[in-house]
Design a protein around this ligand. Structure first.
Ligand code: ADP
Length: 637
């Protein structure tokens, strides 16, 4: 299917503009050149007019300067005398006189014709082509003079073939009978060449045409004896009859009119000949006295130059203006573009700023809200912490009471046993006293005394445990502390037949602590261990103190069921217990860890190689307060 364009492609505005500018340039150059041409033509015409007037005047002057001379010579006695009988006289005196006049007047020739038209005396008597003996009866100047008038004629010389202007005057032997036929004719010939020589220097072609349009004078030699227009047959016959131009062929000059500006002014060119290829402004002016026309042909070169110059200048000016306008327009466009860009930038910036402000506002709102929430949370935490601290203190106390409760059974057992024994020993003592067996009674009383001491011992321990703990941290020796805690479980240990392994250091290790609280922690750990081993066939409790350079470890290790891996972290949570209702609160370990952490240490639980659980209290070691100068060496049991 052949491709068919359905819509013409629209010309882009830029292309249109460029085309418009080019069209404007052409129009401007064309119009300016037209104007310049018109002005230059007018100026040229003016010049031509002036030159033509001057040339015509000079030609007329040149010719008419001598027109009086034939008449003057015709009246000379010598002329009349000779004419009265030429054959009988010597012509030489007259010839010489005529030659003298010729030389003085600076004319070509002066000669005398008799009434038949034959030359009888001439200034050129001495030249081979002398007129003497020639008959000029056919010449109009002879005929006019013989008619009794001054005559004139121009044409080619019969002998010389020179173009000349002839003036003639009738000669009467008797001047009183001028109505008679004249007796002779005095003729003067002026050459036209000298006039043309002057013309050759002008920047124009000058022509003189006769009434038939034959160019007989021209500044350019080749134009001489050509015709403005081809001669008609009648014209040619008349010219031949007068022998004005001898046998000259009189061809057309090749002049062609291109444009007629007014009746006298034309633009012409030559089809052939030396002036072909140029255009001229042609101006003609009649020379009424001679029935001639004088023509001037001014070359149009200055007109063309002016035209070109004007066109180039106009084009240049137009180009400059167009360039200026283009640059101005571009700058305007750039400025507008910049302004638009700046506006867009401003707009974008403003948008971004608004966006940012909105963002900042919303963030600020969020932050304020968060801040408020945080403040509230902080306050809440503060409150919670305060209440936690209070609760913890209470719990410590409660736990202590709980431990006391746990111990109650043991204590009960400890006290009831000696009480029952005291009663028995006292009854025995009374019986022995009644039987007068003083020694036996004393032995029983001694037993009573020992038992009371033991009870006092237990009481002292209990008092010490229930002592309200304070923040009075002191240097504490860890071994007695451990031993005291163990002692509280003495009866239970014996009952359950637990094997105790103790690894005490050889040198005492000291820590900074509240001894009551530390004992409380150890009691708690030992209690848990004993409880864990209650079902175990061979319970074994290991207590160890490991003193290192900067810290002291207190280990409580049992061979009970141990703590499952998953529970290791949970057992320190408050109220986490695996024990049956009433047998455990789940507070012991959490309180213990808290106490140890308050002392700057830590409490960890892990599994033991034998199975069972391993609890380790680690506290910073301090120097022996009794020997502060010497830092404590680490020692191991
Ligand atoms: P309670 O003794 O009242 O349960 P604790 O905080 O002292 O509270 O102990 C929490 C839990 O840790 C116990 O319920 C027990 O499951 C576990 N536990 C503590 N000591 C041992 C131990 N020596 N062996 C095995 N489990 C233990």
């Amino acid at each position: 299917m052949p491709f068919q364009r359905r819509f013409p492609i629209p010309l882009r505005p830029r292309t249109l503009l460029v085309l418009g500018v080019i069209a404007g340039l052409i129009l401007c150059m064309w119009q300016t050149s037209r104007l310049a041409r018109e002005q230059a033509l007018q100026a040229l015409r003016q010049d031509a007019e002036n030159e033509l007037r001057l040339s015509a005047a000079s030609l007329v002057g040149h010719l008419s300067r001598h027109d009086y001379l034939p008449e003057l010579l015709a009246s000379r006695e010598m002329v009349k005398r000779f004419l009265s009988d030429p054959d009988a006289q010597d012509p030489m005196p007259l010839n010489r006189m005529l030659d003298r006049f010729r030389a003085t007047a600076n004319v070509s020739d002066i000669y005398l014709l008799d009434h038949t038209g034959e030359t009888i005396a001439a200034s050129n008597w001495h030249r081979p082509d002398t007129f003497i003996g020639q008959n000029y009866r056919f010449r109009p100047y002879y005929q006019e003079a013989m008619a009794g008038k001054n005559g004139s004629f121009f044409g080619l010389g019969i002998q010389s073939q020179d173009r000349g202007y002839y003036f003639s005057a009738p000669v009467w032997l008797d001047e009183s009978a001028t109505e008679d036929r004249p007796d002779g004719v005095m003729v003067l010939k002026v050459l036209l060449d000298t006039v043309e020589t002057g013309w050759a220097e002008q920047d124009a072609e000058l022509l003189v045409t006769d009434h038939d349009g034959v160019i007989f004078m021209a500044s350019h030699p080749e134009l001489r004896l050509t015709t403005m227009a081809p001669l008609t047959t009648a014209q040619r016959q008349a010219v031949t009859a007068s022998r004005r131009y001898g046998d000259a062929a009189l061809p057309p000059s090749g002049l062609r009119e291109h444009h007629r500006r007014d009746t006298r002014t034309r633009l012409v060119g030559f089809d052939s000949g030396p002036l072909a290829g140029q255009r001229y402004l042609s101006l003609a002016r009649p020379m009424a006295d001679f029935d001639w026309h004088i023509h001037i042909q001014k070359p149009l070169t200055p007109v063309h130059q002016a035209q070109w110059l004007a066109a180039v200048l106009a084009g240049g000016l137009y180009g400059l203006i167009a360039l200026g306008v283009g640059i101005g327009w571009q700058r305007l466009r750039l400025r507008r573009e910049r302004e638009r860009f700046a506006e867009r930038e401003r707009h974008t910036l403003a948008q971004a700023r608004d966006e940012l402000e909105r963002h900042v506002e919303s963030r600020t709102r969020d932050l304020v809200a968060t801040n408020r929430r945080l403040s509230a949370e902080i306050e809440e935490r503060q409150r919670a912490e305060d209440s936690l601290r209070a609760t913890r203190d209470e719990l410590v106390q409660a736990a202590k009471l709980a431990v006391l409760g746990q111990l109650a059974a043991g204590i009960n057992h400890e006290l009831n046993q000696p009480l029952a024994a005291i009663r028995a020993y006292t009854e025995n003592a009374r019986a022995f006293i009644a039987r007068q067996r003083v020694e036996s009674a004393d032995a029983n009383l001694a037993q009573v005394l020992e038992l009371t001491e033991r009870m006092a011992d237990i009481s002292a321990q209990l008092r010490q445990f229930s002592r309200k703990s304070g923040d009075n941290l002191t240097a504490v020796a860890v071994t007695p502390c451990f031993a005291y805690a163990l002692r509280l479980f003495q009866s239970r240990i014996q009952e359950s037949q637990v094997t105790i392994a103790q690894h005490w250091p050889t040198q005492e290790a000291w820590v900074r602590a509240d001894p009551v609280r530390l004992e409380q922690v150890l009691v708690n750990l030992i209690g848990n261990a004993l409880q864990a081993m209650s079902e175990i066939p061979e319970p074994r409790l290991t207590l160890a103190i490991v003193a290192e350079a900067t810290c002291v470890h207190l280990d409580v290790i049992d061979n009970g069921p141990g703590i499952p891996e998953a529970h290791l972290t949970r057992i320190f949570e408050p109220f986490y217990t695996t024990k049956t209702m009433g047998s455990g609160l789940g507070l012991g370990l959490s309180i213990s860890r808290r106490i140890i952490e308050d002392l700057g240490g830590q409490l960890d639980a892990s599994g033991h190689n034998d199975g069972g659980a391993h609890f380790r209290v680690t506290l910073p070691r301090i120097a022996d307060p009794d020997d502060p100068a010497r830092p404590e060496e680490s020692s191991h049991a």
